[in-house]
Design a protein around this ligand. Structure first.
Ligand code: MG
Length: 342
């Protein structure tokens, strides 16, 4: 049997040429002039003319997906790994109330990486970017011990629709855009090697950023964040930035039906999944009472003057510690699924 081709058989420049062709074939670099690209993939730096953004605010975000930390090759197809890198970054742009426009992609990989795995990852990146009409304008490829994908997105938001974490006020209602918990439940299924539950596993493998909010809602929200570190962890970030506290009504927290089914099989409290599941990419936002008619999703609590986060259930109020995922506090962390713990 002949040896499978690896990235070292192609070489850096051949790989870049391949990426350029793939991006061009899928419209990512078509109509350069209209989208403000003066120079894209293949020059020393991308050159953009951002006149078409007008007086919108420019957003920048970057995120790394590391093998063994964010994904395992046995659990996800190469294309899904590429898609997840785009969704994770796009979700941060969504959380600011913006839209992604351009992407820089950096990939580190061992020279033994099979060419078809490399191609699959880039297909995922190109297809997911195309879906957001985001142009790939450059990046870097280097040798590394394991696969690491670093994506940088450049986006834009209208000034009055920009959503920061810091604007929540006591009395504002807290919402999440969709049911939670499936990502952690999916990870639990993979970790325990449980067969079936394909829908739940799919939600772990193919997370989606949420761009479903209207401009009117974005203009009305007082704070927003995407749930990448778990509901409690990310609510903790909002409370800290807004110098406030929060009470969550446990009975109102929407739990994904696929997470419920898996939780039953895994003998795990489904509410724990909903509170701590990372990489959900649902939006968590706060809205003052007068704008309630614009609300989307599920009302789960209220911002309070009193600091700290409390769960309110059947007349009992209980203080909880936000324990979002911290990459450098491994071992101290109990909830969440952002990061695979071996
Ligand atoms: Mg975020």
């Amino acid at each position: 049997m002949s040896r499978r081709r690896t990235v070292s058989d192609i070489g850096e420049f051949g790989l870049i040429e391949g990426i350029k062709k793939l991006a061009e074939a899928h419209g990512s670099n078509a109509a350069n002039a209209r989208k403000g690209i003066i120079a894209g993939i293949g020059d020393d730096a991308a050159a953009l003319n951002l006149k078409h953004i007008g007086d919108r605010v420019i957003l920048f975000t970057t995120d790394t997906l590391a093998e063994g930390v964010h994904f395992r090759r046995g659990w996800m197809l190469p294309e899904e790994i590429g898609r997840k890198a785009v969704e994770a970054n796009a979700s941060d742009i969504a959380a600011m109330g913006g839209k992604p426009l351009y992407a820089l992609v950096s990939l580190a990989a061992p020279s033994s990486l099979e060419k078809n795995v490399f191609d699959g990852i880039f297909r995922g990146i190109v297809f997911a970017s195309e879906q957001y009409k985001t142009k790939i304008i450059g990046g870097n490829i280097s040798r590394g011990k394991e696969i690491q994908i670093t994506l940088t997105l450049i986006g834009a938001a209208k000034k009055d629709e920009l959503c920061l974490r810091s604007g929540a006020k006591p009395g504002d209602f807290i919402f999440v855009s969709r049911p939670l918990g499936a990502s952690a439940a999916g990870l639990g299924l993979f970790s325990r090697g449980i067969r079936g539950f394909e829908e739940t596993k799919k939600k772990f493998r193919n997370p989606k950023a949420d761009f479903s909010f209207s401009g009117r809602l974005l203009a009305a929200v007082t704070s927003m964040i995407d749930i990448s570190d778990g509901l409690l962890g990310d609510l903790g970030h909002v409370c800290e930035s807004s110098k406030a506290g929060a009470t969550l009504f446990t009975g109102n927290i929407p739990i994904d039906p696929d997470a419920l089914k898996a939780a039953h099989r895994l003998n795990h409290d489904p509410l724990d999944y909903a509170l701590h599941s990372g990489e959900e990419y649902a939006l968590l936002y706060t809205l003052p009472e007068q704008h309630l008619p614009l609300a989307k999703g599920f009302l789960i609590g209220e911002i309070t003057r009193k600091k700290g986060i409390y769960l309110f259930n059947n007349g009992v109020r209980m203080a909880v510690k936000p324990k979002g995922f911290d990459h450098f506090l491994r071992g101290k962390h109990k909830g969440g699924c952002h990061g695979i713990v071996y």
